[in-house]
Unconditional design. Structure first.
Length: 429
């Protein structure tokens, strides 16, 4: 049955036929794609007994740096550690402030506390779900040291105005690329636009190596500070800056950030195939969203065509929900109806960090006050109502199927499920 016929049939939640009647092949959504090449790479590390070595890791790093287009790449046990290394790398310390979006995973911000620094959250833009460049500058104080940008769900942040603000105020920019490996901003791969980038490669991410992270930079000081902080085993080989060389042998952070080499081995194989797999995901998700162009109440979360910007591996793809175009239909009801069609959706985004008690009440290190404020001369907490777009976006975004293969016969029925519910929203109110 063709697309236009399907979307006008009675809604499944009201007793009509489902839009999705096909059974998708197992590999349509499965991720990561693991082949014998990954398996053999891991087995070789196991047989060599070199899980804690760094030889394979150094190969992974040089290949990653070449792919990312930065001079240095430093591998980590996970993305959280890589982001902490980047924060220390740019010099965040006692009393310093990081400006970050509230709408992100906690590891874009929470490690500031362990450095004696704190975080000031900025709001996001409703269409990109990324940090709003116009909500940054008025938050800068003499304590601000860096801006964290998160290319959310693969969407590239608007880096030109952000880099301009950073240059004018002498701030460092850290890119959290955990959702956006290979994403392009106006033709340039994200992760080399700011002073340093860090990214997760845990199994769910679009470039996946089990549990792993990477830090990328062109700045030798940032690179060596990150090594000094958490990679004591490499101090001898890698440190050249005299103040850091003088401290070599023990990690300044009291942490151990080394990656296990089975992950490096898998990461090397995954990287080799990533561009090709990413291109297929982009073709599939663009096909899905092209089918939904012009549907009331829902919008693609993707940059305009022809802008040179892309969605990378389209991690955790979401759509934007505009209930005002659907007579105010609550998102919960929309999601229920799409799932009744067989459509695979759920709420799509993180809860905003600025409302969580860890950022507001927790006295983590026994200072007798919220850790957020310990080294600050003012109350940094941001109450409900202070970041309206971040607070509302949970009701204005929904997940869509993360297709790994561009197979029209399966993509069309899923797109039909969303369009069918949106076109017939009046029957659900
Ligand atoms: C996954 C993620 C991280 C943390 O990475 P881990 O490898 O899980 O430690 C950091 N930032 C964002 C935005 C993430 O989604």
């Amino acid at each position: 049955m063709d697309f236009d016929t399907v979307v006008h049939q009675p809604l499944a939640i009201l007793g009509g036929p489902k839009a999705v009647t096909v059974t998708p092949p197992d590999d349509l959504f499965h991720w990561p794609i693991v082949t014998e090449e990954d398996e053999w790479a891991v087995i070789e590390v196991l047989r060599a007994g070199s899980m804690s070595g760094t030889d394979i890791t150094k190969q992974f790093e040089s290949e990653y740096a070449a792919w990312q287009g930065t001079e240095f790449a430093l591998a980590y046990c996970n993305g959280t550690a890589a982001l902490q290394g980047a924060m220390f790398g740019v010099g965040l310390g006692r009393g310093d402030e990081l400006i970050a979006p509230s709408l992100t995973y906690w590891a874009s911000a929470l490690q500031t506390f362990s450095l004696g620094a704190s975080v000031v959250f900025a709001d996001i833009l409703p269409d990109t779900i990324c940090i709003d460049p116009c909500d940054i500058e008025h938050r800068i104080t003499r304590h601000t040291k860096a801006i964290m940008v998160v290319h959310y769900c693969g969407y590239p942040c608007d880096m030109d105005p952000i880099m301009d603000i950073a240059h004018r105020h002498n701030l460092r920019v850290i890119e959290d690329v955990s959702h956006a490996h290979g994403t392009r901003y106006k033709g340039c791969q994200v992760g080399k636009i700011g002073d340093v980038s860090a990214m997760s490669m845990m199994s769910g991410k679009s470039l996946a190596a089990g549990e792993a992270g990477m830090l990328c930079t062109n700045d030798r000081l940032i690179y060596e500070r990150a090594i000094a902080f958490g990679h004591y085993e490499r101090h001898g080989d890698s440190l050249t800056i005299p103040e850091l060389v003088a401290l070599r042998g023990l990690p300044l952070g009291g942490v151990k950030h080394r990656i296990v080499q089975t992950a490096s081995a898998m990461g090397r194989v995954q990287l080799r195939y990533y561009d090709e797999r990413m291109a297929e995901i982009q073709a599939a998700l663009n096909r899905f969203w092209d089918l939904l162009e012009g549907t009331p109440g829902i919008r693609a979360h993707r940059p305009p065509k022809g802008s040179g910007s892309t969605m990378g591996g389209w991690y955790n793809p979401v759509g934007r929900y505009l209930p005002e175009e659907l007579g105010g239909l609550p998102i919960g009801r929309f999601i229920e109806a799409v799932n009744a069609e067989g459509g695979r959706t759920a709420r799509g985004v993180n809860a905003p960090l600025h409302l969580h008690p860890v950022f507001n009440e927790a006295d983590i290190y026994n200072d007798g006050m919220p850790t957020r404020n310990v080294f600050s001369d003012r109350d940094l907490r941001q109450p409900r109502g202070s970041l309206p777009v971040s607070e509302a976006v949970g009701d204005r975004a929904f997940g869509v199927p993360w297709f790994k293969h561009d197979e029209p016969e399966y993509i069309e029925p899923y797109a039909a499920a969303f369009r069918k519910v949106a076109l017939q929203a009046d029957k659900l109110r």
